[in-house]
Design a protein around this ligand. Structure first.
Ligand code: BYC
Length: 469
């Protein structure tokens, strides 16, 4: 079904024919806009930004580009087209027709997972709230805002499900999604990473590379859900998500590129010399990587989880690309796991969080390999590495274990003494923040990052992507 833009809430779910739902969502809409004005990129509310907006849900030609003031962005509700006669692809309900309504006994489990997914979207906008003030270029500023408006739309996607399928409870949860705030002492966001401040652009690029990639894996597993509206919503969200991870991968790649240029100009790998030249030394980049990767690993939940087992058993949440597996039941299969107490064998259903986390880690490696290729080509003897999945964990079997990035156990005293070698110290953060000077002349970029290789939508790099008021 095509997207109807003549309505107050653009949608392809035939909202006009469900007046009660339409009214409920129209009631929520001004609250969302108030939240956006307060917690979003509000210093740029009157600027025109070159943004893409979804105009269809086909893989081809799904977006149109044009200038829009962010508060006027047309946030809407878009589900991927249904798959005819879709059946549930895993768990105890394997082979049964996918559900168009939530089965009564699974209501609270579905609600919990949809709320958790929904909570991350506005959280990330809040985390990035002030970044625009220190953008390294107009191109990057535009990308930040593109990510922000789409996270806003992803919130709409989850709020639609809550309103359409969870009655009064769902409406209350939708209100709560605007009431919790990232880093708030009393009402924080649900998942740890989404309460971490993002005060500099290196963190933003690491976040979009590592944390948005958790989004990719969670959305891919929800895209397998037996609850068809959730599966279709997530399938379309994944289309938008790809750009966010591109921002992360290319962003880190450009930071590395600039650092290598400075190292070559100076003929040194001395971090202090690189810093004095206004670039970010490779060991600091590694520390930021360690921080965001380890935090993002926690987002998959515990390695051994009865929640994960029942989500799989009940057709709530599958594995990414579930069809690639032969066994879609997994009730009799087992999984071997490393724990601080040694190897343990657990039921595969209970280990689904770990199955996802391992797939995620393999995907994270791809960008790291590309960044290392740049470093090798520059003839520099340095390798960026993903730290061990045991390092700095707060959730799961390795929570609070004192382990170094290579995965070796350390005495607590040594771990605490050396942690500043592995994650950004106060002085690293102060240095990186000191570099964050606003550059807004079209085509110009800050000292610490290389220009992008190409512009947006075939436009030149020096295009005026944001018309600042
Ligand atoms: N921090 O059995 P457990 C994205 C909670 S990112 C704090 O270990 P379970 C995006 C857990 O909620 C994708 N709490 O794990 C990216 C549970 O609490 P309750 C977001 C945590 O339940 C960038 C308890 O610990 N989507 O889209 O199997 C920008 C025991 O849980 C954490 C989803 O996450 C943590 N790190 O699975 C914008 C998908 N980890 O319920 C957007 C939906 C766990 O007992 N969520 N806990 O109070 C899920 O599928 C699951 O809830 C989880 C955890 C994967 C998060």
């Amino acid at each position: 079904m095509s997207i109807n833009y003549s309505e107050r809430i653009p949608n392809n779910v035939d909202l006009a024919n469900d007046r009660a739902l339409q009214r409920a969502l129209e009631h929520w809409q001004p609250k969302f806009l108030d939240w956006w004005r307060e917690m979003g990129p509000n210093r740029f509310a009157s600027d025109e930004v070159y943004l893409r907006t979804a105009v269809g849900v086909d893989a081809q030609g799904w977006a149109s580009y044009g200038f829009v003031k962010m508060p006027d962005y047309r946030w809407g509700i878009f589900l991927a087209d249904p798959t005819p006669d879709r059946t549930i692809g895993f768990g105890d309900y394997f082979g049964q027709p996918a559900w168009q309504q939530v089965p009564g006994e699974l209501r609270s489990a579905f609600r919990r997972i949809i709320v958790t997914q929904g909570d991350t979207e506005p959280a990330s906008v809040e985390q990035q709230h002030l970044l625009g003030l220190t953008c390294p270029s107009l191109y990057d500023l535009r990308n930040l805002f593109q990510v922000n408006v789409e996270e806003g739309r992803h919130l709409w996607a989850m709020v639609y499900l809550l309103h359409a399928h969870f009655g009064r409870d769902g409406r209350e949860e939708a209100e709560e999604l605007l009431a919790r705030h990232s880093g708030d002492a009393d009402k924080p966001r649900i998942l740890g990473t989404f309460n971490e401040p993002i005060r500099d652009w290196l963190s933003f690029f690491m976040f979009t590379y590592f944390t948005d990639r958790d989004g990719k894996f969670q959305l891919k597993s929800l895209a397998e859900s037996g609850f068809d509206p959730l599966a279709r919503t997530c399938r379309f969200m994944l289309t938008e998500e790809a750009h966010h991870m591109f921002v992360g991968e290319s962003g880190v790649g450009r930071v590395v590129k600039r650092t290598l240029e400075v190292m070559r100009e100076l003929g040194t790998d001395d971090p202090d010399a690189v810093r004095r030249q206004g670039a970010i030394d490779l060991p600091t980049i590694q520390r930021y990587l360690n921080f965001w990767y380890s935090s993002s690993l926690d987002l998959f939940g515990s390695e051994v989880s009865s929640n994960a087992a029942s989500s799989f058993a009940n057709g709530i949440k599958g594995r990414p690309d579930e069809t690639q597996y032969e066994d879609h039941d997994c009730a009799d299969a087992s999984f071997e796991l490393e724990t601080p107490q040694g190897r343990e064998v657990v039921g595969l259903r209970n280990a689904m969080n770990e199955v996802l986390r391992e797939a995620y880690s393999r995907d994270c490696e791809i960008g790291v390999r590309r960044w290392n290729m740049q470093i090798r080509r520059a003839g520099i003897d340095f390798e960026l590495k993903l730290p061990s999945s045991r390092f700095r964990r707060m959730i799961g079997v390795w929570a609070n274990a004192t382990v170094d990035p290579a995965g070796n156990a350390l005495a607590r005293e040594e771990y605490e003494r050396r942690i500043a070698e592995w994650i950004p110290s106060e002085s690293d953060r102060a240095f990186v923040q000191g570099l964050m000077q606003r550059v807004v002349e079209p085509g110009k970029v800050a000292s610490w990052i290389a220009p992008p290789e190409r512009g947006i939508n075939n436009l030149p790099v020096d295009y005026e992507y944001v018309r600042l008021d």
